[in-house]
Design a protein. Structure first.
Length: 80
């Protein structure tokens, strides 16, 4: 699913819509991982904060694969 704006409200709604379409809306989420952008992990208005109001046990983290990619990209840009 492609989102036009990518703002936290739009992403949050898309996640809930997809969970419902898959028949998973009644199953509590316990974790989510993202790229760490403020729209995703912002403390008050991020997607994870909004999901946490519905799923209090939710643990939000930075995606390990994304972090590794960023680190590898940073290393290669500094090599002469």
């Amino acid at each position: 699913m492609e989102l036009a704006g990518g703002m936290s409200d739009e992403v949050y709604s898309a996640i809930l819509t997809k969970l419902e379409a898959m028949g998973l809306s009644g199953i509590p989420l316990v974790g989510c991982s993202s790229d760490g952008a403020s729209a995703m992990l912002g403390a008050t208005n991020g997607v994870a904060a909004k999901l946490k109001t519905l799923y209090p046990s939710l643990i939000a983290t930075h995606c390990a694969a994304h972090r590794l990619n960023l680190a590898a990209s940073n290393i290669t840009t500094n090599v002469s």
